[in-house]
Design a protein around this ligand. Structure first.
Ligand code: IPE
Ligand code: IPE
Ligand code: MG
Length: 233
């Protein structure tokens, strides 16, 4: 089966550049090419949702220059890819803590989201300034706001479905397949709630080298997984 939702922790840009005695920013730029390749491979395979861990809340703690470089890359992506996304039927969404993003980026995101809102071949979700713990806390806070506004009843206990409505990815199915490139065996505060039953695929390949063939290898691995969800079939 083809996974409906593939999510990727795109790691290893810095090491890739280092191996070539270049600046880390070179790795981030080449990594952007891998994004393009994986979008194409995902569409060819019939994947419906592709989410990408692009910048974590913890990544704000990197040196200013690197953070600025990543912000500029994202801004360029928004400007350059807007037409392409719509032409290819790709709905674009960004999820994460927007409080720290500049006005330019927030407006850029809103514009591309609006421009591609009617597309339905693939939903591309850029997880930006995102962390799993932030996600849960924002869910609780939005629930509190609903209570204050009389839209939620505090005397009723929340169940899982009720809570899920407040999670940032509400309406998007949980990832079936979670890929992490770059060799680390951890999820670095990513989609803590949503990955409850995701299949994991870890590879040593550094993100700028993760192109179509590698993406297809991950899909092949998924094909052979037996998902049991706690049952015994
Ligand atoms: C992933 O690559 C991209 C971001 C986290 C923004 P890294 O920049 O973490 O690359 P490595 O892990 O240092 O090689
Ligand atoms: C995870 O990579 C975040 C993204 C890929 C955006 P990191 O490089 O930030 O993760 P750690 O620090 O090695 O856990
Ligand atoms: Mg890293």
């Amino acid at each position: 089966m083809v996974p409906a939702h593939v999510s990727i922790i795109m790691d290893g840009n810095g090491r890739w550049a280092q191996q070539r005695h270049r600046e880390r920013s070179y790795g981030h730029r080449e990594g952007a090419e891998s994004i393009r390749a994986c979008i194409e491979a995902a569409m060819e395979a019939g994947v419906r949702y592709l989410s990408l861990y692009t910048f974590s809340e913890e990544n704000w703690n990197r040196p200013d220059e690197e953070v600025k470089g990543i912000m500029n890359l994202f801004m360029t992506f928004l400007g350059k890819e807007k037409e392409n996304l719509r032409k290819n039927g790709i709905r674009f969404l960004t999820i994460g803590n927007r409080n720290r993003l500049s006005k330019d980026i927030r407006e850029g995101i809103a514009e591309v989201e609006r421009y591609t809102a009617g597309c339905d071949r693939l939903t591309l979700v850029v997880m930006f300034s995102y962390s799993g713990k932030w996600d849960m806390v924002q869910a609780v806070n939005r629930y509190r706001e609903d209570i204050a506004a009389g839209k939620a009843d505090p005397s009723q206990a929340l169940d899982i479905t009720g809570f899920e409505k407040y999670i940032s990815t509400a309406g998007i199915p949980d990832p079936d397949l979670l890929i992490r490139t770059g060799g680390e065996l951890r999820i670095s505060n990513y989609m803590l709630w949503q990955c409850a039953y995701s299949e994991f695929y870890f590879t040593d390949i550094l993100w700028p080298d993760f192109r179509k063939t590698e993406f297809r290898k991950a899909l092949d691995s998924f094909e052979n997984r037996q998902r049991r969800y706690g049952e015994i079939n």
